[in-house]
Design a protein around this ligand. Structure first.
Ligand SMILES: [Zn+2]
Length: 447
């Protein structure tokens, strides 16, 4: 769709969505000066860091000047909580002004908190409403939230956004699968948000209830918590199972939200009025559009828990050209390509779990579940380096020919240039997750 053929229903919700690149940069620079002045005054951690680097927000004359500061990493954040428990040294708002605390999943240590003031919560809801609008959701739609609410950052935040947009909201959560299906059919639910794993699981649940997800009233599915919606094979599979359009929503505890697809589905749009984004290589140097790098983000207006040059660890590719939808905020085609620390290096070839997922989910006769297993059989005994990986996949429905493992291994070798040993396991035997599925498991290895 060309920008000049947009219909009123497709038009951006907020004027900033179509700013020129110059206007976006000018806005970001102005905001950074004010935001970093606030951060340097109110965050104990950043006050110390800025002093160590002789950094003064007022002296910021270009966006590149921000590079005088080091990255902030998860370790810095967690250490500060250890020093000053339980809030840590990053929190910048007065404690009485904090309205919400969410926590990290704690998969790599104790759960770490993140904070929002009233204004922060309103901003968060506004961004979700903006993205939902860009996906075609309108007042009058019925929305059922299938993200978890307990501890997980997704549920409450998404619900507030759809409510702000004017949808009728049903806070379903991520359990009670049969009840979720009944509610979707009974209340004419037209929009759902969930993890790709849970959406796939619900389609199966519907089948087991004698219903067909394709005949449900759902037309929009916003997918978050996992990267699947930007993996074409996953998206196509879920879209076919539900007869609905799937949109990738990329966020983290620290940044709600980072980017979401528009109706053109050409990669999540960053919210460049909310966070300043840098894409950098291993050595922290900026990379050009089209080159994979790690996404580094700086809040432009967050009051509680603001972060500066936050190392997300997510590998992305940026496209700053104007989107077919008319919006100008940069996109991340392919979504999150992988975690910088999840990337497998196999005989010099970089392999992300998402590349394996693309092949598995495009392979007829397999379920959408898979596990990449690293064990001593795929490590060089002398150096410990990976020589390949084991891949566990499930048959779905009728048994395929005996050569399925061989054909899949061949396709992986052709497409990814690495060796995989494929183990076919019975349908339903891989762990199902309603939250984030663990795709890479290490068995019998030290790390
Ligand atoms: Zn777009």
């Amino acid at each position: 769709m060309q920008a000049d053929t947009l219909t009123p229903a497709d038009t951006p919700r907020d004027a900033c969505e179509t700013w020129t690149r110059e206007a976006i940069s000018a806005y970001q620079l102005g905001r950074l000066r004010e935001q970093l002045d606030y951060v340097g005054e109110h965050s104990v951690y950043y006050r110390r860091l800025f002093a160590e680097h002789g950094f003064r927000a007022a002296q910021l004359t270009s966006l590149d000047d921000l590079r005088a500061l080091p990255f902030t990493r998860k370790r810095d954040y967690v250490d500060s909580i250890g020093r000053v428990p339980p809030y840590g040294e990053f929190q910048a708002a007065a404690p009485a002004d904090v309205r919400r605390i969410h926590f990290s999943s704690g998969t790599s240590g104790a759960p770490a908190p993140q904070y929002w003031t009233e204004a922060d919560l309103d901003r968060w809801a506004g961004l979700y409403a903006r993205y939902a609008h860009a996906q075609g959701v309108r007042p009058g739609d019925v929305y059922q939230c299938l993200f978890g609410y307990a501890w997980f950052v997704g549920g409450l935040g998404a619900t507030a956004g759809y409510q702000k947009l004017g949808a009728t909201c049903i806070p379903g959560g991520s359990a009670d699968s049969e009840r979720q299906i009944r509610s979707i059919f009974e209340y004419g639910v037209s929009v759902i948000t969930a993890t790709p794993s849970f959406v796939a699981h619900l389609a199966q649940t519907a089948r087991s209830m004698g219903l067909d997800a394709r005949e449900s009233p759902v037309r929009h599915i916003m997918l978050g918590g996992e990267t699947g919606a930007s993996v074409p094979a996953t998206r196509e599979r879920l879209e076919a199972e539900w007869n609905a359009k799937c949109f990738d929503a990329y966020g983290s505890l620290e940044f709600q939200t980072i980017g979401q697809d528009c109706h053109a589905q050409s990669g999540p749009h960053l919210a460049e009025d909310f966070a300043y984004a840098e894409i950098v290589d291993d050595e922290g140097q900026p990379v050009a559009d089209g080159t994979p790098g790690v996404l580094v983000l700086t809040h432009l207006d967050k009051q509680a828990g603001p972060l500066v040059r936050w190392w997300t660890g997510d590998v992305v590719v940026r496209d700053s050209s104007r989107c077919a939808c008319g919006r100008t905020h940069a996109r991340l085609p392919g979504g999150v390509r992988g975690r910088a620390d999840d990337m497998l290096v196999i005989r010099g070839v970089n392999v992300f779990p998402s590349s394996v997922e693309q092949i598995v989910r495009g392979f007829e006769g397999l379920s959408s579940e898979y596990q990449i297993v690293l064990d001593p059989s795929v490590c060089d005994a002398r150096t410990g380096f990976l020589t390949g990986f084991r891949l566990r996949v499930e048959l779905e429905g009728a048994a395929l020919g005996a050569d399925v493992a061989e054909r899949l291994a061949h396709e992986i070798r052709e497409k990814l240039q690495v060796r995989a040993t494929v183990d076919i396991v019975p349908a339903g035997s891989l762990p199902r997750s309603t939250h984030k599925s663990k795709r890479v498991v290490r068995e019998g290895l030290d790390t």
